[in-house]
Ligand binder design. Structure first.
Ligand code: ADP
Length: 311
């Protein structure tokens, strides 16, 4: 079971939303599609799930092309769209039976399948309430249950935890991780912690292009690996003169003025990998007749890489 995307491009009129992207996802993989809003994640998912045609390029799901064999592709996959469309005047039981029938689950198996989904998605206590009265978290669970009711090999989940509270987020993440062992899962998110918590592979997409592809650990290792010192000084000094003198330090690559808190100035000072700049920074601050309030060191994280690649 695999998804193969080759040179996929999508224009909306003259607007290029997806720009010649290629990647593959395999069974057992939970692939996180990470990118800022407007990056092209939903568009790519809509094409994989056959809801939109590509402008050019191909998408093949388990050997079936999304354009020529869209019905076969739909049978293979479950899809939770960004705006989880539900019938609010149905109960979860009625809705799941309805979707199962549409998805071609044999009549004799519908009840069994529905009960399985109610159990897996933790919907037992809500089974007889109108969907319209459920909380956002439970509505999302109904959305996940409908995506999985025909036991698809591939799950495409567009922002599956958006709008959920922290407890619900943890439950849905655990559910996705469990499912991901047996299936091919692609989920999209604009939240970095989502991919580190759930995914075993990340594709970072920005302005329609893939800018990074690898495990979270690989991406971290590939980063420039700069060291970072966050410096806070009392604001009774000349911040431009201080910034200039910090820039002159050997091994310092960049000095960023972060903020004026009212009684202090905060700077980010980036240095070469492995360098410890604290002592020399402290000396420079003293030379400028300024006072250090605090200094923290940090190694660059996946968050820095994401910022580097998508700013
Ligand atoms: P993401 O899911 O990463 O937030 P989308 O795939 O929804 O991004 O959108 C990518 C870009 O395409 C955005 O700039 C968006 O405004 C534009 N876009 C999305 N859908 C349409 C549409 N139906 N018509 C025109 N432009 C669209």
């Amino acid at each position: 079971m695999s998804i193969k995307v080759t040179n996929l491009t999508k224009y909306y009129g003259n607007y290029l939303a997806v720009d010649n992207i290629s990647f593959e996802a395999k069974k057992g993989e939970i692939l996180g599609f990470l990118g800022p809003n407007g990056a092209g994640k939903s568009t790519t998912m809509k094409i994989i799930t056959t809801y939109l045609p590509p402008t050019s390029g191909t998408v093949v799901v388990d050997g079936f092309d999304v354009e020529d064999k869209s019905l076969e592709v739909r049978k293979k996959l479950g899809y939770l769209p960004e705006l989880n469309p539900l019938y609010y005047d149905m109960t979860p039981v009625e809705y799941l039976d309805f979707v199962a029938k549409l998805d071609g689950v044999p009549a004799g198996e519908i009840k069994k399948k529905r009960e399985e989904m109610i159990k897996v998605c933790g919907l037992e206590s809500m089974r007889k309430k109108d969907i319209g009265t459920l909380s956002k978290g439970y509505k999302q669970r109904v959305g996940l249950a409908q995506a999985m009711i025909n036991n698809p090999d591939v799950l495409i989940l567009d922002e599956p935890t958006s709008g959920l509270d922290p407890n619900q987020i943890i439950e849905i993440r655990n559910l996705i991780k469990k499912l991901g062992k047996e299936k091919t899962v692609i989920l999209s998110t604009h939240i970095l912690s989502e991919v580190t918590a759930t995914c075993n592979r990340v594709i970072i997409i920005n302005k329609g292009k893939i800018v990074a592809d690898g495990t979270p650990e690989e991406l971290q290792a590939k980063s420039k690996g700069q060291s970072l010192v966050i410096l806070e000084v009392k604001n009774n000094c000349d911040k431009n003169a201080l910034s200039g003198s910090l820039k002159d330090i050997r091994n310092v690559n960049k000095v960023e003025f972060v903020k004026d808190t009212g009684d202090s100035f905060v700077f980010n000072i980036y240095g070469d990998k492995g360098s410890d700049l604290r002592e020399v920074i402290s000396n420079k601050v003293t030379q400028q007749k300024a006072t250090v309030l605090s200094m923290q060191t940090k190694q660059s994280s996946l968050e820095d890489i994401f910022r580097e690649l998508t700013k």
